[in-house]
Design a protein around this ligand. Structure first.
Ligand SMILES: Cc1cc2nc3c(=O)[nH]c(=O)nc-3n(C[C@H](O)[C@H](O)[C@H](O)COP(=O)(O)OP(=O)(O)OC[C@H]3O[C@@H](n4cnc5c(N)ncnc54)[C@H](O)[C@@H]3O)c2cc1C
Length: 338
């Protein structure tokens, strides 16, 4: 284990925010984690668990232990006629895990190609894209309770997954360190191409016979053309969640704003496109100093270089207020504010 003091977290967050951590260490095993938790306890500095740093906005220096999860390994733990069960360490890169599945023609996560971050954070907000969420392939995870020092298993039901939600963001917030996640992949894949521009992209690619690899590549192409690359422009993907409203609210919005975009959901509610509302409030392409709202994706807030976390947070607050004023809808942030 390497211990570091007063280090810049700029390379450790996709927004590229330059704040410092007073103490920093990474761990590769449960034993190392336990050791670090004991140290942070003794110093009365509650730890912050860091994955790939692609879903956080750091707004101040952290006078605490930042513990980076680097528990690696992808293991096939079970196989039957229909499925393969893969257990992946929390510190594995998510896209690397997806590529391992694609390479073996195991289906279920190909639509989630190129989502930044690590496997350990994938259940935190039930990551999703192009009509698929991890809950669709999730089996279980192992987590370590930070204060009770206990290993706990969570199955699908225990995690209470919702749209960008899980128990780990709500009831058990900051209580567990996720150690590994088991996913169930299909040997006879069911292709899901109905969402977004996947079919169009497959046509453009000239794909005649559908495959896991082709869908993954189509998703990669679309994402690369649409989303800003965090290594060039700092960002954390969608800053806000799309917003779910009752049918009645949607109809009244539709009366005032006929072009309002909403997707009907299974429970009868309607999911409003937050990006459209933000755009209608005039924020798309807005820039103040180095903080801005991306020119092609209004949902994505960006750091053009030296923006502080506070500046980006302040911009997000202004956006929230203007959407609330215009549409009487209170958006929620998807990114974790630290
Ligand atoms: C360009 C871009 C595109 C994106 N697109 C999508 C998308 O399509 N869909 C989507 O859902 N998300 C998307 N995201 C958001 C992000 O990639 C995911 O939320 C990802 O799962 C975050 O992983 P991470 O390892 O970087 O987490 P981090 O940012 O490091 O952490 C996020 C939160 O989880 C906690 N955490 C992390 N690891 C652990 C652990 N092992 N145990 C306990 N707590 C932990 C942290 O404390 C923090 O609160 C995008 C981000 C970017 C930059």
């Amino acid at each position: 284990m390497q211990f570091r003091e007063n280090i810049s977290l700029k390379p450790f967050n996709s927004f590229g925010i330059a704040v410092n951590a007073s103490h920093f260490a990474s761990f590769q095993s449960l034993e190392e984690l336990e050791e670090l938790l004991a140290i942070s306890d003794a110093e009365n500095k509650p730890p912050f668990i860091l994955g790939g740093g692609s879903n956080i906005l750091l707004t101040e220096d952290l006078d605490q232990w930042v513990l980076k999860n680097e528990m690696k390994g992808i293991e096939k733990i079970k196989e039957d006629d229909d499925f393969v069960y893969l257990k992946a360490g929390a510190g594995e890169n998510w896209h690397g895990f997806v590529m391992e599945c694609v390479k073996n023609n195991w289906g279920g996560v190909e639509n989630l190609s190129l989502i930044p971050g690590n496997v350990g954070a994938s259940p935190m907000q039930n990551i999703g894209a192009y009509g698929v969420e991890i809950k669709d392939a999730f089996v279980e995870l192992e987590a370590f309770h930070r204060t009770e020092r206990q290993l706990v298993r969570f199955n699908l039901k225990d995690c209470d997954f919702g749209y960008r939600e899980s128990v780990f963001k709500q009831r058990y917030k900051d209580q567990f360190v996720l150690l590994n996640v088991t996913y169930r992949l299909r040997k006879q894949p069911i292709f899901n191409t109905s969402y977004g521009a996947i079919e169009e992209e497959l046509r453009r690619m000239g794909v005649e016979s559908l495959s896991i690899a082709a869908i993954s590549q189509a998703v990669i192409n679309i994402r690369t053309s649409k989303l800003p690359d965090p290594t060039i422009i700092g960002n954390a993907g969608s800053f806000f969640k799309n917003h779910e409203v009752e049918q009645g609210k949607f109809l009244s919005l539709k009366k005032d704003f006929p072009a309002v975009l909403g997707y009907p959901m299974a429970d009868g509610k309607v999911k409003l496109a937050a990006g459209w509302m933000i755009e209608q409030c005039g924020w798309k392409g807005f820039r103040r100093g180095d903080a801005g709202c991306h020119e092609r994706q209004a949902l994505v807030l960006v750091n053009y270089g030296r923006a502080t976390g506070e500046e980006i947070f302040a911009l997000s607050e202004e956006i929230l207020q203007s959407v609330s004023k215009k549409f009487d809808v209170t958006l929620q942030r998807e990114v974790n504010i630290i």
